[in-house]
Design a protein around this ligand. Structure first.
Ligand code: SAH
Ligand code: MG
Length: 197
């Protein structure tokens, strides 16, 4: 049996060293507590990276199953390795593809969106049909390291400005979406929880 704590620490170090933007500690605590509290069992994740959050979610309870999508080959391969280390191959399903090209038939009770920030509306709309009513869509990085609260003229890079605008559009999209009730949390890099009515 692998020393889970030691290996989780190792994954975090790997992420830090290789600039892989895994969830922050308070963000992952929020997510895992949420899963426990709401008895979530079937999760879809958009943005696996190296499998860190998928593994943390799966470790909440032996009944939790995670399907997770990653388009970057190196990260996907790293995730395959990490999931094996924890012996979670039977509960974590990896899909190596661009999520925008993935069509699933399954229904989930939680969808966790943590991929390309500019595509959040697309991910939300694409996978809504895979969410049961009463289910949740949780999105990470709505603060984008504080940039979303900054005045637009203070952001120098054109690229960043565009990205920040997309995140603001997504926040507005959530607020206007009457099929869901959305709450925003100032935790980690900014998290939203949208509950399907
Ligand atoms: N959830 C992970 C971190 C994900 S980082 C964790 O906390 O451990 C975001 C990842 O999303 C990156 O690895 C990136 O390659 C992936 N990604 C971005 N856009 C994507 C898309 N359209 N389809 C699949 N993966 C995507
Ligand atoms: Mg994130």
């Amino acid at each position: 049996m692998v020393d889970q704590h030691a290996f989780i620490r190792q994954m975090k170090e790997y992420a830090e060293k290789n600039n892989v933007p895994i969830m922050m500690d308070d963000g992952i605590d929020f997510l895992t507590t949420f899963i426990l509290k709401h008895h979530v069992t079937n999760i879809l994740e958009i943005g696996t990276a190296i499998g860190y959050s998928a593994i943390r979610m799966a470790l909440v309870d032996p009944n939790v199953k995670v399907t997770t999508i990653e388009r970057d080959k190196d990260r996907y391969l790293e995730a395959v390795k990490n999931i094996k280390v924890f012996g979670l191959e039977d509960r974590i399903t990896l899909i190596y593809q661009d999520a925008l090209n993935v069509k699933l038939e399954e229904t989930f009770d939680l969808i966790f969106i943590d991929a390309a920030k500019a595509q959040n509306i697309h991910f939300f709309e694409l996978f809504s049909r895979n969410l049961m009513s009463g289910g949740f869509i949780i999105t990470d990085n709505l603060k984008f390291h504080g940039l979303v609260d900054k005045k637009e003229e203070d952001i120098k890079s054109k690229n960043l400005k565009g990205l920040v605008r997309k995140i603001k559009d997504y926040i507005q999209f959530l607020k206007n979406n009457h099929d869901y009730d959305t709450e925003f949390y100032d935790i980690g890099d900014g998290i939203s929880v949208s509950t399907k009515k």
